[in-house]
Design a binder for this molecule. Sequence first.
Ligand code: PAF
Length: 282
Amino acid sequence: MQVIQNKSQLREALKRARAGGKQVGFVPTMGYLHDGHAALIDRARRENDVVVVSVFVNPTQFGPNEDLAAYPRDADRDMALMRTHGVDLAFFPTVDELYPQGYTTYVSVDGPMTQTLCGRSRPGHFRGVATIVTKLFHLVAPDRAYFGQKDCQQVAVIQQMVRDLDFDVEIVACPTVREADGLAMSSRNVYLTAEQRAQAPGISRTLFAAREMVQKGERRAAVVSEYIKKSIVTIDSAAIDYVSIVDSKTLSDLELLSGEVLIAVAVKIGRTRLIDNIRFEV
Ligand code: PAF
């Protein structure tokens, strides 16, 4: 595995790696890799000749009172995981490399898609995501890029951006990977105390129970949403940011559940904000 910190080296390495029409799969990450990332890398490995993983804690997607400084980082551990999973190029840029002095250009996906769910409580977040993903797509020029469905809104926003800006890349959305007790894997799970960690699977349990409710015939979004809220508030130190029942493609609110439905929640357990979702056909 080649470890690269700067853009020109990355471009050089990719020029060589791509020779003879080789296909490039790309997994952008913020590091502190876990089995969810490993699943994205494994899929990229199966579907491409060359696998590139970036590790960059992107400052522009964090709000002023968010966890940029505290975000967990462990480059050695990340590199070990990447080697085990057969990554060819590991890109670890610095902030100055991607946002040099005088940087002023941002990509903003406007409209309701970025104003709902996480966009409501994290203004500017998706502008930061769209900007960094655009920059990384320009640098890596992948044939396919892999994202986890746990960040369902991020996937929808990136798909919209790729369509709107004519990026020649296939976005591959991969299923959420969960711990044995159902908690969605996230680098932020490390913030949880032992007690909070024990409570956190209550979020996914609630989502699964809500799905069952719909499968048994309930179609009224308000009823399902109320059930979820009542169930989540019973989790110790949990505060609901949002519970949203939306169309999985447009992310617009549903009153009656039909088609491909997405139920997405954001919940703070203590000071840790966790997101999770399920999607299913009704
Ligand atoms: O999902 C993430 O880890 C980040 O939002 C991403 C896509 C790497 C952009 O910084």
